[in-house]
Design a protein around this ligand. Sequence first.
Ligand SMILES: Cc1cc2nc3c(=O)[nH]c(=O)nc-3n(C[C@H](O)[C@H](O)[C@H](O)COP(=O)(O)OP(=O)(O)OC[C@H]3O[C@@H](n4cnc5c(N)ncnc54)[C@H](O)[C@@H]3O)c2cc1C
Length: 293
Amino acid sequence: MYMNKGRSLKERFSEKKPLFSVEFFPPKDEDGGKRMLATASLIQPHQPDFVSITYGAGGGTRATTLRYAKLLQEEHGFEVMPHLTCVGHTRDELLEILEEFAQAGFRNVMALRGDPPKGETTFKPVPGGLSYGSDLVGLIRENFPDFGIGVGGYPEKHPEAESVESDLNNLKTKVDAGADFITTQLFFNNSVYHDFVSRCRNNGIHIPVLPGLLPVLSIGQVRRFCAMCEAGLPAELEHSLEDAEADNQPTVGADWALGQIQDLLAKGAPVYHLYALNKPQSTLQILEGLSRK
Ligand SMILES: Cc1cc2nc3c(=O)[nH]c(=O)nc-3n(C[C@H](O)[C@H](O)[C@H](O)COP(=O)(O)OP(=O)(O)OC[C@H]3O[C@@H](n4cnc5c(N)ncnc54)[C@H](O)[C@@H]3O)c2cc1C
């Protein structure tokens, strides 16, 4: 069993660049769990600086996040950042979960509001719950001052936001409430990231902005994701994915993400965060392409 590293990522950002991180999601069943842990084993030799695990909206997946966060920490020695959302939780429940995170040795949390339930367009907090990501950041900062806190950022605007400007002001509220870094929603065109970072800096947001990269697995998948989060899909990538499907060439999405990362690092991005989706092939292809041993 590995010793828990348990360090705030805030320190890591000031010590070393670029960092590299991988995101997992809580598996639906035991078989999915085995696949996820097998992926983690394959990625482990590449020594990610941290890994994150998302927080599901259903009751089962909530317990699963904590369970697999602990396994990733204990069995693989990863610095793990669990995500947490406000969905369905009162303020007191959120404090209990945060206490569990702290007891388990986690020192970082990704603080999110979460999405409205399926079929609903607006987010409604439960009685005694929190309304915005910024409320959760404030709660964490007040009660767990040593936690490193990440928040979500939307280079192409959050789908519910009225405007790019109001979305950026709301992001500033999260930062002022105590966030230490921002991880972006996926994007496929790096100019989108560079514009977003410039807008952040011009709006008084000076914390690290982690680019979130998805190595796309199929044209169907990317269309679904882009429709959900309203991210732009460059025509060149779309056509390559269509051709790849016809020619059975599954590496196109990872090649695109690798190109994005090489360009981002050349332009000084502090980190690259891979949405690995619990699958090893694309992530390994990218890491090998970057010559990470
Ligand atoms: C890196 C990353 C990781 C994610 N991980 C998860 C996960 O693990 N589990 C999960 O369920 N979802 C996850 N999501 C999705 C996320 O929960 C959704 O995008 C959700 O709709 C918004 O969460 P948020 O914390 O960004 O919300 P907020 O920051 O609260 O923003 C939500 C909307 O409200 C607006 N807003 C914010 N503050 C105010 C205010 N004071 N007044 C008026 N409007 C305001 C914003 O502009 C935005 O439109 C993730 C997203 C990202 C980018």
